[in-house]
Design a protein around this ligand. Structure first.
Ligand code: NAD
Length: 329
């Protein structure tokens, strides 16, 4: 079976490709994988170094908005898994245009090329942020999309295009909407690796607003396992929430990360809140649990392993935070 994984040089995509090629998913031991990635600031060839000499692996540097490239590349692939996206909310607030280009137009180009190439299944990797913010309870997949940031709005647009391509062209499209991920190889602009790398460096950590925002944290391996399960057992045209991780406020998250570094609250700097900052995300995961999904990674163990990974892989992240030493962030 031939997989095309877009955005495979980023955080979640590289963890997914690693699992796929290392035989972590029973029944998929004989896959070949093509990664298509533009290698933006967030995508790094080094994230795929483990696969460089694997004959089952091919890397193509390119853009999912490039329709001609997609028309050449997609034929012969059975499955497309679309991770490619601009993914950082703060950047989308600063400049939304690239988010609409990649996340909306890019997904449409990919869907179109998948129809033309008669790809068997297309899996769109989406986010819980498309639902907006919820004070109490949790969202089932049928809840309305009420995104609050340009990032989440662009992802919601892509979700709707996926639905339309299923209804209009009969493409087998499945959408997964996952909670916040953590784990190795996450770009250090995101809160967990940002806090870890700052603390490893003896620098203070910036906490937004009152720290009361609630997020659910899921280890990247659990997210990737769920994606594979939806490919195996999910249905065409369906959307699946993926969560079941640890729900906590940013204050609680900060407390745990400080403890992991033997650091105190004097290392925390309260900074002005992000505009439109969603207060709480919470997913109802009944549907994906019905496919047999269970998260496997305990948060405390997962976070300890993630801290160890950043401590052991300074050469990976230090060049990415060089600008912080120049006082820019
Ligand atoms: P990331 O920013 O680490 O990786 C994105 C990858 O996409 C990079 O390798 C980048 O080079 C590539 N890319 C960007 N624009 C491209 C383009 N036009 N053409 C080809 N490649 C392009 O992001 P991530 O955290 O790994 O997220 C992957 C996907 O999962 C995204 O779609 C995101 O919306 C979704 N998601 C992320 C989380 C999370 O917590 N990180 C949670 C739920 C869903």
């Amino acid at each position: 079976m031939r997989f095309l994984v877009t955005g495979g040089a980023g955080f979640i995509g590289s963890n997914y490709v690693h699992a796929l090629l290392s035989g972590a998913y029973p029944g998929f031991e004989d896959v070949t994988v093509t990664v298509l990635d533009k290698l933006t600031y967030a995508g790094r060839a080094a994230n795929l170094a483990f696969a460089a000499h694997d004959p089952a692996f091919t890397f193509v540097r390119g853009d999912i908005t490039d329709g001609d490239l997609l028309r050449r590349l997609l034929p012969g692939h059975d499955v497309v898994v679309n991770f490619a996206a601009e993914s950082h909310v703060d950047r989308s607030i600063h400049d939304a245009a690239g988010f609409v280009d990649t996340n909306v137009a890019g997904t449409q180009r990919l869907l179109q090329a998948a129809v033309e190439a008669e790809v068997r299944t297309f899996l769109q990797v989406s986010t819980d942020e498309v639902y907006g913010s919820i004070e109490e309870g949790s969202w089932p997949e049928t809840d309305p999309l009420l995104p609050n940031s340009p990032y989440s709005a662009s992802k919601a647009g892509a979700d709707l295009l996926c639905h339309a391509y299923h209804r209009t062209y009969g493409l087998d499209v499945r959408v997964t909407r996952c909670a916040n991920n953590y784990g190795p190889r996450q770009f250090p602009e995101k809160v967990i690796p940002r806090f870890i790398t700052n603390l490893l460096d003896g620098r203070r950590i910036p906490l937004y607003g009152d720290g009361g925002n609630v997020r659910e944290w899921l280890h990247v391996d659990d997210h990737c396992r769920a994606i594979q399960l939806v490919l195996q057992k999910g249905d065409a045209g369906e959307t699946y929430n993926i969560g079941g991780g640890a729900e906590m406020t940013n204050l609680e998250l900060t407390e745990r990360l400080l403890a992991a570094h033997d650091a105190g609250w004097d290392m925390v700097e309260y900074v002005e809140d992000r505009p439109g900052h969603d207060r709480r995300y919470a997913l109802d995961t009944t549907k994906v649990r019905g496919l047999g999904y269970r998260p496997e990674v305990d948060f405390d163990e997962g976070i300890a392993a993630t801290v160890r990974w950043y401590a052991d892989n300074e050469a990976w992240w230090r060049p990415l935070i060089a600008h912080r030493r120049n006082g820019l962030v």
